[in-house]
Design a protein around this ligand. Structure first.
Ligand code: ZN
Ligand code: FE
Ligand code: FE
Ligand code: FE
Length: 163
């Protein structure tokens, strides 16, 4: 790993980390949508897939603002969260149980993203990078929205069906 000597180095590290994470999420969401039994859940995954494409674009804009080439850096955290989700998808034998499990795993992803974007926004502001903070805030708002929708779906019906 390259030496992290400044807050800017830390910021760039997280930027590369999240760029990698969003790209992994782009690959996972279509699989989750395909497996979803509930139409609402499938639509939620498909909607967030579209949003995630926009998030990758915004991260590329942030790279540009930093004057560096967009490049991902392998993130063991998102790999682990997605691996755990994929395992659950293999093991679930009932469609309602599968949906409830996928919601739980998707929320773990959203919460990871919320944690990371929250930090990145604080650092961007500290570094005087207001435009970058704005772009990241748009991503963060979408992660909050996705998380809320998943909660609504789970509490509305899907958990009950799985019980
Ligand atoms: Zn990292
Ligand atoms: Fe995202
Ligand atoms: Fe990470
Ligand atoms: Fe997300």
């Amino acid at each position: 790993m390259t030496a992290l000597k400044s807050l800017e180095d830390l910021f760039v590290h997280l930027l590369k980390d999240m760029y990698y994470a969003e790209k992994q999420i782009l690959k996972a969401l279509p699989k989750m949508a395909k497996k979803a039994d509930s139409d609402e859940l499938r639509q939620a995954f498909e909607h967030h897939l579209k949003e995630t494409e926009g998030q990758v674009d915004r991260l590329e804009q942030v790279f540009e603002l930093c004057g560096i080439k967009a490049a991902g850096k392998s993130c063991p955290a998102i790999k682990g969260i997605l691996e755990e989700g994929a395992e659950g998808m293999k093991d679930a034998k009932d469609p309602d149980v599968l949906d409830a499990g996928m919601i739980a795993d998707a929320q773990a992803v959203e919460h990871y993203e919320i944690a990371r974007y929250g930090t990145m926004i604080a650092w961007a502001n500290q570094l005087g990078m207001g435009d970058a903070a704005n772009l990241l805030q748009q991503n963060l708002d979408q992660e909050y929205g996705a998380d809320r929708l998943l909660t609504d779906l789970a509490e509305g019906r899907l958990n009950r069906q799985a019980a």
